[in-house]
Design a protein. Structure first.
Length: 134
């Protein structure tokens, strides 16, 4: 049984989920833009009423020493790393993103993180937004 579990975990660690940034963009516009803004700079129409100002999502890698903090972003979106902004966990659409952990993603360090396909697509879009240090 341990061998089967080890093989399953190894498969999860090497599997690369299909990522669709177009789907991620649609999810972003529906679930995130009201707080983070259309350009993901933290200046959406709801930003002014939040207790904690939304972060500029285009600078996540830059604020993390040049490495995109994939595990932290995944867990923030899917509710495992809650952030209370204006009296409720982020995201306010948590029921859409939370509860399913059936798709593996690999962090830059090679560690697998399980989440859902909508989170994979949304994170792929956010990753795509990272500004370059040129």
């Amino acid at each position: 049984m341990r061998l089967i579990s080890s093989l399953f975990l190894a498969l999860l660690a090497t599997a690369a989920p299909a990522q669709d940034t177009a789907v991620g963009l649609a999810l972003y516009r529906t679930h995130c833009a009201s707080c983070h803004g259309l350009e993901a700079k933290g200046d959406g129409p709801m930003a002014g009423v939040l207790t904690i100002k939304p972060v500029n999502l285009t600078e996540l890698a830059a604020q993390n020493g040049g490495s995109f903090p994939l595990a932290r972003v995944v867990k923030r979106i899917d509710g495992r790393d809650p952030l209370v902004s204006h009296g409720s966990p982020m995201p306010v659409y948590g029921d859409f993103f939370e509860g399913r952990f059936d798709v593996p993603m690999k962090t830059p360090a090679g560690q697998p993180v399980l989440t859902s396909q909508p989170v994979v697509d949304l994170v792929a879009y956010i990753y795509h937004l990272q500004r370059s240090e040129d």
